[in-house]
Design a protein around this ligand. Structure first.
Ligand SMILES: *Cc1c(COP(=O)(O)O)cnc(C)c1O
Length: 229
């Protein structure tokens, strides 16, 4: 049976290979170990192996874990956020990947301000067109970025997408291409206070393709921790 250590090593090798394939430096890519549903012991095991960024999809679950994990790591919120959890979210997470409305961004900014911080956010974009997916539509993303850029207390650091729910990584590539092109377009618009540094895309099934298309943050759960029960 493979251990977390083996699996993580393999993931790191695959990240390096994908980066090389697309003439990128592996240093440009951060692996976020998505630890939703995983125990504190499993989280401590990946930290032991050098992981410094953890991803959670629920504020409450993250809160419990943050209080139990003593090591200095940064927590990212990768899942959907309800506005009434904004206060806790800004105090726990270094980066919130799932902002898709001005209302949510405004609330995050207000809460961040109250504790003397700035909320680092990514704008989640629905690149698959699937009704069931969160995220602003591709066509509306630049306007949303423009509106949020005027919001106190938040800093847009880039874009995030989940991509199409399709079995073959190559089938998801068009979603990642769309996000990269959108990033380039928004970056070219030079909106004051907006950074288009990060592209959060790629999960266990498709992270190599995402890296080839420019991902800077890959969100990997299963390939590191094993299947979720
Ligand atoms: C669960 C989750 C991941 C990780 O998924 P795996 O397929 O286990 O790698 C990545 N991103 C988001 C938004 C998630 O909810």
């Amino acid at each position: 049976m493979s251990t977390i250590s083996d699996r993580l090593k393999r993931v790191k090798e695959r990240v390096v290979l994908a980066a090389e394939k697309s003439s990128r430096s592996p240093d440009e890519i951060t692996v976020i170990a998505v630890s939703k549903t995983r125990s504190v012991e499993e989280i401590e095991a990946v930290i032991q192996e050098g992981v410094t960024c953890l991803g959670e999809n629920r504020v409450q679950e993250a809160e419990d874990k943050v209080s139990k994990v003593s090591d200095k790591v940064c927590w990212h919120l990768v899942g959907h956020l309800q506005r009434n959890k904004s206060r806790d979210a800004v105090s726990i997470f270094e980066m919130i990947h799932s902002v898709d409305s001005l209302r949510l961004a405004t609330e995050l900014g207000k809460r961040a301000d109250q504790i003397g911080r700035r909320a680092n956010i990514l704008i989640q974009v629905n690149t698959s067109g699937a009704e069931s997916q969160y995220g602003v539509e591709v066509d509306e993303a630049q306007d949303l970025v423009g509106a949020i850029s005027k919001t106190e207390g938040v800093r847009i650091q880039g874009l995030m997408t989940i991509g199409a729910f399709l079995p073959e990584p190559e089938q998801v590539r068009p979603s990642f291409v769309r996000l990269r092109e959108l990033r380039d377009k928004i970056a070219a618009a030079n909106i004051s206070g907006v950074y288009m540094k990060e592209l959060s895309m790629g999960m266990t099934g498709d992270f190599e393709v995402a890296i080839e298309e420019g991902a800077t943050l890959v969100r990997i759960g299963t390939a590191i921790f094993g299947p979720r029960l």
